[in-house]
Each structure stands twice: as structure tokens, then as C-alpha cells.
Design a protein around this ligand. Sequence first.
Ligand code: SF4
Length: 435
Amino acid sequence: MIDAQIEAPLRLGQPDELMVYLHIPFCSTRCGYCDFYSETDVGELRIAATLKAILREAEWYRAIYPKARFSSLYLGGGTPSLIPSKLLAPFLARLARLFAPATQGSMHSSTDEFEWSFEANPESLDPEKLSVLAESGVNRLSLGVQSFNDRFLRALDRQADSQMVQRALEEIQNNGRFELSLDLMTGLPDQSKDDVAADVQRLLNYRPEHLSLYSLTVERGTPLERRVQEGLVSLGAPSHRDSLWETATALLRRNGYQHYEISNFCLPGKHARHNSGYWQGRPYLGLGPGAVGTLPLAPLGPPGERVPASPPGERAVRIGNPGLREYLQATGVSGGLRPAHQLEYLSGQDLLLERFLLGLRTSGGVRIGACAAEFGVDEAALRTVVESWKGAVYLDRRSFAAGRVALRQGGRMLLDRLLPDLAVRLESLPNESGL
Ligand code: SF4
């Protein structure tokens, strides 16, 4: 049932295609570097109640979007693999009925590939759970490895040791029904280039289709920050950390991996379609405690029509779900939006800037013509803005001539520093542009 009080003023639009992100906010323990939202010490009853509330929320959204094609479903966390198998099987079956293509009506052909990803940690995977996942339709596993070296796994407060990591990878290979994405870290305390090379070599033995590579950062309020401040841990000079990162990226490229986004690598054709959707500004539902979704608003009705108004000029809304306790109270009741949800309205200007901010992280960049048409700006004016931007020296000129704004590898790594100047220039686009 739709909560008309809150849903109607949102004036949600009806996109043809939607992605779904689903947040499972449970972890067995907290890793020292992590600032993601998750809860520990959660028993089976609480997990079951949360899954029930998530399904209620999923059904609520499904009723709002009866005709949408759902192109991907990503279960992230937290640690989705913490869900016990006996709860997991019925939960995934209900999700499949709601979102998988077979249930999406006649407008979808059987050739539509539905990417269904599931994040897992080594210590909470076993052959039985892998069978449940495969039989439910999950076709992509994202495994948090971070390192194959016990010294670094301990420094990160990871639950799994190197043997558990290896066992999980062997079990995934034995199952053989998943595309595999692995998370690896560089810049670990006292890590050398040889250590990085050894980790990458171990990873290459499994030939994953996809890899996310992160340089360890110190997030505020984490145990790692405290250890660094107290001098117990040192991450080394930035130049050393850069060289560790470059050691890993060079090895990956030499072994056939494409560096298609700042932190992501893949074998040819195996990019993450769900994440690529984020970078291309596609709309998505956010389900579960702490999840965030971004949905388009319907265009305004004709003057005088009694359409309850969202703020004028806004084109999309970002909906932030509350944390576990409030989520169970709010969403567990009706599935729908409640005052505990945070709404952030996004103007065309916000979305255009975000499109560049995210698109420029990727080797594919941003398509100028499509972007101009979508946001109602003059294509020539948009090209001029890009050419006058400080980051233009890093432009991939061949892509630009072919109608794309993409940066060469060196420019992508400097993106954070280059974006403020682009933001100012995009804001200067003529007002009649429809933003
Ligand atoms: S398992 Fe993942 S989400 Fe949980 S604390 Fe560790 S890094 Fe964070």
C-alpha cells in the first residue's frame, strides 16, 4: 500500500528502467578502517525481521513501478553472506519474483541479461550457501579479500585469515556458476612493493572477471584513525602509497585487465553493469536500512493542474533510509516512506554536475550530445565549457572528437582536484538551458 501522504508530494516519475541496491547492514565484527553503516551482534530473529521489512519495502516500490524493467539487483553491505542459508533461500526467492526479468512482463525479451550481485566475506561462505545463491539466480559474487597476507588481514581487523580466503575462493571456483569480483587493498601499514606484487599474483591465480582496487584511506571516527593519531600505525608517505598503487595497476594491466574506472578493473567485456549504471546517472531504488536510492520526479503538470508540488525545478529525489532501529519501526509497518526517511531534491544543475563527477571517473567518460539533450543545454556551449576547463589538458582528444568527454588515466587520478573548476563553469551555462 502506498503511503499517499508522503509518496504523492514526491511526484515520482516512471522510468523505463530501474536498478535496485539492497543494503544488508550486518557484520560479524567491525573492520578497523571501515566507516560504512552496519551493525554487529545481531541475532537470527533480528535478521529475519529485517529481511521481512525489506521485502515489504520492495513490494511497496514494485507497486509504484508496475511497468519498469529492473536491469540489476545488487545486495551489498555490511555482509550479505552473514544471512543464514535457511533465511536466505526464501528471501532471494521473493526478490527474484519481484525483480528478476521473468516476472517483468512482455516488454522484456529473454535475452535481457539481469545482473544479480551479492557481496560476501570469506568467513561466512560455504558450499551450501553458494548453492542457495546460484539456484536463486545470483550470477555475480563480490568477495572482500583485501589481502592474501595474514599480517595485513590482522592489521585491517578482518575476520578471515588467508586460509579462509583461499578456501572461499576454491569453493566459489568449485561451484563454478558465478562471475567473480574481488576487492583488494594497497597502501597497507608497512607494505612494500613486493608485498603488493605478491597479493596481485595470488589474486591472478583465480582470474576473476572483475576487481576493485582501493588504496587504504583513514576515515574519521574509525579505530584506524585513532591508531594513526596515536602513532601506533603509519601508512607511509603519499609517494610511497602511490607507488604501491601503481605496482598493482601495472601488474593488472599487464595481465589483461582493463582499468575502466578509477578503482575498478575487468577482463574485456566484464565491467560491473550495476556500478556502471551509477556512473551513468541511471535511477535506482535503495532498499534496506541505511540504503540510498535516486529516483526521477515526474515533469510538472500544466499550470493550474492540481499536482502536489515537489520543490519547483527539481528533477530527482535522493531517498535515504534510516538506520536499523528506525527502519524496522518505519518501513516494517507499511513498507512505504515515513518522516524518518531523508529526502534530498536534486535540480538539473545538480544532476548535470553529478553526471560529470561520476562519468569522468570512467574510461568511457560522458557522452556530450546525450547529456546536452537530457539536460536541455546547448551542445556547443557544453563543449566550450569542457574545453575551457582546467582539466582539458588531460582530455582524451580522440574521444572528445568522437563526442565524449573522457580523461586520460593521469587526469582521472587528479579528478578530485579538477572538479571544483568544472562545477563553476557548468553553473555558468545559460539560464534558458532548462536546468
Ligand atoms: S565487513 Fe565490510 S562492511 Fe563490515 S566492517 Fe568490514 S569492511 Fe565494513
